[in-house]
Design a protein around this ligand. Sequence first.
Ligand code: ADP
Ligand code: ADP
Ligand code: MG
Length: 453
Amino acid sequence: MFKKILIANRGEIAVRIIKTCRELGIKTVGVYSKADKDTLHVNLADEAYYIGESRVSESYLNIERIIEVAKQAGAEAIHPGYGLLSENAEFANACGIAGITFIGPSPEVIQKMGNKIQARKLMVESGIPIVPGTRRPLKNSEEAVEVAREIGYPIMLKASAGGGGIGIEVIHNEDELKQKFTNNQKRSENFFASGEMYLEKYIINPRHIEVQILADKYGNTIHLWERDCSTQRHHQKVLEEAPATCLSSETRGKLVNTAIKAAKSLAYTNAGTIEFLVSESQEIFFLEMNTRLQVEHPITEEITGVDLVEEQIRIAIGQKLRHRQEDIQCDGHAIEVRIYAEDPVTFFPSPGTISNISFPQGENIRHELAIREGSIITPFYDPMIGKMIVKGADRQEAISSLKKALEEYVIEGIKTNIPTLMEISSHPKFDNGEITTNFLTTEFKSLLKSNGR
Ligand code: ADP
Ligand code: ADP
Ligand code: MG
């Protein structure tokens, strides 16, 4: 086993990774920016190193500096968490060159799947159904207009390098496309240093269902069932559940088998997630692959009993998968809610100091947090400050635990989305499981106004 791992991340996910390392007897090296000097992940890591100014470009995205720290501290491996450098092929490659194990797939696979247009092309070649649309970058808005005529409106305009719900826009007609194309392209250049755009058919009222994969270096690939992540705002997940209760057993089988087929076609290793859209008639479409640990990985852990971070580490060091497919049982129902430091109405981030925090305890409640009383939420990072995961014998039991837990959840000093989460959890459509990706926007119109993202 590794003796020491550097965690190239911050916040709740850094704390989460430290927890498993401790259980495995692995020493941890934390890194931090100026703004994160007094945060929980820095306190909990066995040693921690300053890596730069508060902006991510000067700290958490500084590949050279992070590798230098890893060498200095004698870390044998780096866990990238999610976001930040986790899907950066250059970083994975730089780790390899420095003789440090990157806990994730190969740089080649990260590169392939990080470009969504290329990923779509590869999936088609492997016989995986994708959302109808373009398979090469659009040259300009004129070409976009032409292609959109063939696909038919509404369409989805997407950035090939996009992520976190950014760079995606629903377009209803030609005028709107002409108007928005260049702006969107510029935004994408700013955010992702790539202006590559493409179009997809807009799937009406779909569900977002994704399949968790684990694969070792010896060709063994298993799935750990699916997660339903249809409750979204601005195309980003707010609440996730496992398993998905809406699927016919035929569709469920098709999803997990397609995910395995996709991972195998890439000779994928480590943990990964294949995201799909499932239409009202239960047709399935490949959406994208995330070549990393997912924010919502805990719900899979809760229903399968597998520690995904532990498996990632074991795979990275070269161990064979410890689980056979038939060992992966799906027990009970888990729901995760993401706690965002944001105004529940406008979705604008709400930085500030947490003056009081108290959260519900219980056997079936799990918290993934890196905040405490006195924590300062700065505007430099993602507004997601933590997650709560509840488990029940079935969906109804999980929902009633969730409602109760949210009522007991107190965070003062900043605005959070907890009021919205409470409304969602007591909404009759949520209760019935009638959730599509449009649920929040259509049912919470009066509560939720767009902030233009
Ligand atoms: P998941 O698919 O795991 O649910 P999200 O799409 O919500 O993940 O993104 C996870 C985290 O990574 C969020 O903090 C999000 O802001 C960030 N993120 C994801 N992709 C990108 C990207 N391409 N550029 C910048 N941040 C990203
Ligand atoms: P990201 O990389 O930002 O996670 P995704 O391609 O995974 O982007 O899409 C995020 C969300 O946007 C999906 O979960 C879904 O709700 C919505 N979406 C994306 N593409 C389509 C589409 N073609 N039709 C309908 N909804 C879509
Ligand atoms: Mg996605």
